[in-house]
Design a protein around this ligand. Sequence first.
Ligand code: GLU
Length: 304
Amino acid sequence: MNYQNLFSEIAVEAQKIEDSGAVATYIPELGNIDPNKFGIHLTTLDQRRYGLGDFDEKFSIQSISKVLSLTLAFELEGEKLWSRVGIEPSGTPFNSLVQLEYENGIPRNPLINAGALVICDILVSRLENPRKDLIEFVRQLSGDGNLDYCRRIAESEKKTSYKNAALINLMKDFGNINNDIEVVLDLYFHLCSIELSCKDLTQVFLYLAANGINPLTGEKVTSISNSKRINAIMQLCGFYDEAGEFAYKVGLPGKSGVGGGIIAIHPGKYCVAVWSPKLNQKGNSHKGMKVLEFLTTRTQSSIF
Ligand code: GLU
């Protein structure tokens, strides 16, 4: 595949996409971003790299980081993990409380907020120094030892995070949170505050295209089986209640975040990341979804 030509086509295509959607403002700091930013980057398994636009600029990856906390918790807990959180799509918004009550405090999956909070609870129980150990894990994947949380974003989210507080309190009442609520929330806000560029993202998540191996170092991040399973969960649950739409139009496992980023994995081939901060009604990047649809259609590289 000639990705260089493809990226020239994407540059033209991106201009044609109707400019709609709105930047997330419910976390005040996210509202300060320039809505017209646009970047895309693709890294192949054999480390060829292609970028366009603002692909080298760091932005708030928000829920994309839930795949990283899941990877770590899955390594630590193994299959036991699934007694605390499910693997089914929710079909509800990412921060919905409704399902959680009638399903007895067991979140549908680890990629919605409630599920990611349970994962953070597990990390608080299992890691000696949860905040430090988690960022170390991301540093190793990115190859950037200076990478850190964005305290400004974490603080901003903490001030306005009434829904997450409600979710974790409800789960605590059901007995599905073992640690102090404030400690778990603090780890969650930091997890969501990580800033990476599209270029960084494609490096960080390449292990999911490589059977769980970090291609930079050759080290095992997770097992072949876990890598397959995490991809399956992303496919079914990675896009809030728009996972069906993403599978239908793009056809790759992936994960979005309310900062306007999306990562998508083609197992055995590549990892691609796109960033455009204006979100559609379901909370996914409007332009990001369209550009990825163009990319997999043009390259005939959906997994289906
Ligand atoms: N930090 C955001 C929240 O908890 C993450 C949402 C997202 O990106 O899906 O609301």
